[in-house]
Each structure stands twice: as structure tokens, then as C-alpha cells.
Design a protein around this ligand. Structure first.
Ligand code: GTP
Ligand code: MG
Length: 386
């Protein structure tokens, strides 16, 4: 009599232990599976720049032929920049400081937005003349009133380098280069897991999509099986309008888009990390005396410690945090009432925030390390290791 329960217990233990073995195998398999990350955000927020950083940090960087190809894009970015500045001088009623530069202005305008057939010495001389002109600089300073690439100043300041026939861009130049993403891109890479987190190698798949309005309908194709969304916001956009809709403020568009992503039932299982990006440009703007208050009047009531830049970045973060505290709404059909009703789902969900400068490799390295650690802790938590 005394033996039977004991035998039974032994069998149960054996069964349980086999079951646990199976589960552990499954956990380890899913732990070793690639972590799938999806970068989302409006156009020009910095998604592709983060992908480039992953290539620099975790793949082998850029080959000589890739750099050569980028040199052409960079020259084109530079042309687009000077063309957009001089084209907008008339609209903003800004005159050239030196009337002799009219010839250079006409030369650039005549070329048109697509750039010259050949980037020759003559071309670069005209760009140099214009970039030295204080009227051109004044129009550049007012670039929030029209559409201008964020890297305009960076490349125009380096015009002598770009003019060299053997110019090969550095990593920093490539990170500043702008090419709009169309379609869906994927980068795969492996990262060592720290010993403190059980060691081994973790594979990542990172998906990049185009952020302009016309591109967003393609996003849903990559929602399946995503572990975490990195939502990228260009914080410096607060005084700019969208390229695709000149009536919409860029930061307000980012807030609307973020709310859509946060509320999306397709992304309910994915972790959400917000990259409050372009901190370098934001700080610069604030130091130059620009304020977010005319675009977001509630800023005047916002209370925060620190200087104006710190206050602005904390305010922008608070705008996103507020959206995460709203209850998620879902429409459900009720047969009795024969209509759809809004039901609130209140499943707790975390959202993490990081202030970033995507063009700064050290900054992205640190942020990626933190985010990786967080994802691992989250996964290990889920399988009960911690
Ligand atoms: N100064 C600065 N420039 C940045 C930063 N992040 C991105 N940029 C620049 O902003 C421009 C746009 O960045 P992208 O990475 O192409 O933006 P995106 O989100 O991929 O844009 P789409 O492909 O249109 O969705 C590029 O010229 C980048 O170099 C940043 O933190 N600081
Ligand atoms: Mg892109």
C-alpha cells in the first residue's frame, strides 16, 4: 500500500521531467531563433540610417564598390541641397549678397533637380560661390519653411572633398547620405550574447520599410512574427511640414502614426521601443533660439527641470507617453444590439524610450546594447529563467 503512491509519484515525476525537457528544448529553439525587429516611422525619421549602423557594427561595413556607388548619391544629395536652397530664395524674398553670384544661381537652376550630366570643376566652382554667399546662408537658415535634406550643410561644407575625382565616402558620409526607401529591405546579423545572459550567439533580422505615406500600405506584409518594433521619430521635425503634404506638421504626423501602430491589433504581441531621434539637430535648433511652442502651444504649460533643450526633448517624449496610457479600443459586433460597439482592451503593455542620434555610431552601439539586453531579459523572463 505504501509503495503504490510512491511509484505513481515517480511515474508522474518522470512524465513531468520529460515534459519539461521537451519544453526546454522548445524554449531553447525559440531562444536561438532570429529576433525579428521592424523599423517603423515617418519618412526621413532615420530608419535606414539605423540599418546602416547595424551594417557598420555587426556586418562587415561597406565595401569599396558600395562606397563608390554612395559617392554618386552624395554628389546628388549635394546638388539637391543647393538647388532647393537657391530655388526657394525668390519665394522667401531673399536676395543674393553678392550680385556676381546671380550667374551661379542661374547655372544651378538651369540644371534642374536631377543634377548635371557631369560633376566637373565648373559645376563645383558655382556651388562654392553660392555656399559662401550670406543670402544663400540666410535661406538655408529658414529651411524649415520649405523642404531641404537634413544633411545639406554637412555635404555643402565638404564640397572640396566631394569635388575630388577619387572621392570615396567615409562611414560618416554614408550615414549622412539620403536615399528614400521604397519597398521592404532586410538585414541579417549575429550578435554575441553576454556570458551574464547565458552566452551564445543571437541572430537578428531587421526589416526596413519606407515611411512616406505612399509606402505605408506595404507595412502589413512584414507584421507577422515580429518580436519588437523600433519606432523612429525625428524630434527636430517639430517646425517642418511633410514632403508629401505641405499642410501637415511632421511631428504631428509621427504622433498620429505612432498611435496607429500602438493600437494595431496586428502588432499587439510585439514589444515597442521608441527612438526619439535626431537629438543633435534638435539641440542645435533650440540653441539657435527656435521653440516648439508655436507648433505645440501646450508646451507653455509643460513643466520640466533643466535647460530649454532638455525641456523640449522631455516634452516630446511626454507626447508619446500620453498616447501609450490611452486604453486600446477595438470594435466588436454584438448580435443582441445588432451593431458594432467600441470595447476597450486594457492588457498592460510596456513601451520603452531612447533619445538617439542615428548618425552617431557610438550612440547607436550603446542603445543597441541596452535594447538587446532588454529583449533577452524579456525572453528569459518569459521562459522562466529569471
Ligand atoms: N544629423 C542627423 N541626421 C540624421 C539622423 N538620423 C537620420 N539622419 C539623416 O536624415 C536623413 C534621412 O534618414 P533616413 O535613414 O534615410 O530616413 P528613413 O526613415 O529611412 O526615411 P524613409 O526611407 O523615407 O522612410 C539622412 O540624410 C540621414 O543621414 C540624426 O540623428 N542626426
Ligand atoms: Mg529609409
Amino acid at each position: 500500500m505504501g509503495i503504490l503512491p510512491c511509484v505513481k509519484t515517480y511515474n508522474e515525476d518522470e512524465y513531468n521531467s520529460r515534459q519539461i525537457d521537451r519544453e526546454i528544448k522548445h524554449w531553447i529553439k525559440s531562444y536561438n531563433d532570429a529576433i525579428k525587429l521592424l523599423l517603423l516611422g515617418t519618412g526621413e525619421s532615420g530608419k535606414t540610417t539605423i540599418i546602416k549602423q547595424m551594417k557598420i557594427l555587426h556586418v562587415q561595413g561597406f565595401t569599396a564598390s558600395e562606397r563608390k556607388e554612395k559617392a554618386e548619391h552624395i554628389r546628388h544629395n549635394t546638388h539637391e541641397s543647393i538647388y532647393d536652397i537657391v530655388r526657394n530664395m525668390a519665394t522667401l524674398s531673399i536676395a543674393l549678397q553678392d550680385p556676381k553670384n546671380v550667374q551661379s544661381q542661374q547655372y544651378i537652376l538651369k540644371i534642374g533637380p536631377d543634377g548635371p550630366l557631369e560633376y566637373n570643376e565648373d559645376y563645383f566652382d558655382h556651388v562654392r560661390n553660392l555656399w559662401k554667399d550670406s543670402g544663400v546662408r540666410e535661406c538655408f537658415r529658414r529651411s524649415n519653411e520649405y523642404q531641404l535634406l537634413d544633411s545639406a550643410e554637412y555635404f555643402l561644407d565638404r564640397i572640396d572633398l566631394l569635388a575630388k575625382s577619387d572621392y570615396l565616402p567615409t562611414d560618416a558620409d554614408i550615414l549622412r547620405c539620403r536615399q528614400k526607401t521604397t519597398g521592404i529591405q532586410k538585414i541579417e546579423f549575429k550578435v554575441k550574447v553576454p556570458k551574464s545572459m547565458h552566452g551564445g550567439i543571437q541572430e537578428f533580422w531587421m526589416f526596413d520599410v519606407g515611411g512616406q505615406r505612399g509606402e505605408r500600405k506595404k507595412w502589413i506584409q512584414v507584421f507577422e512574427g515580429i518580436h519588437a518594433i523600433w519606432f523612429v521619430v525625428a524630434c527636430s521635425d517639430f517646425d517642418q511640414t511633410l514632403r508629401e503634404d505641405h499642410t501637415q506638421n511632421r511631428l504631428k504626423e509621427a504622433l498620429v502614426l505612432f498611435e496607429d501602430v500602438w493600437q494595431s491589433r496586428f502588432l499587439i504581441e510585439a514589444g515597442l521601443i521608441v527612438f526619439l531621434n535626431k537629438q543633435d539637430i534638435l539641440e542645435n535648433k533650440i540653441c539657435q533660439g527656435r521653440s516648439i511652442a508655436p507648433y505645440f502651444p501646450e508646451y507653455r504649460q509643460f513643466e520640466s527641470q533643466g535647460d530649454e533643450y532638455t525641456k523640449t526633448k522631455m516634452f516630446i517624449r511626454s507626447l508619446f507617453v500620453d498616447l501609450t496610457t490611452k486604453k486600446r479600443e477595438r470594435r466588436r459586433y454584438t448580435a443582441t444590439a445588432e451593431k458594432f460597439v467600441i470595447v476597450e482592451t486594457s492588457r498592460p503593455r510596456e513601451c520603452y524610450f531612447h533619445f538617439t542620434t542615428a548618425t552617431d555610431t557610438d550612440n547607436v552601439r550603446t542603445v543597441f546594447r541596452d535594447v538587446h539586453q532588454m529583449i533577452l531579459t524579456h525572453m528569459l523572463n518569459n521562459i522562466g529563467v529569471y
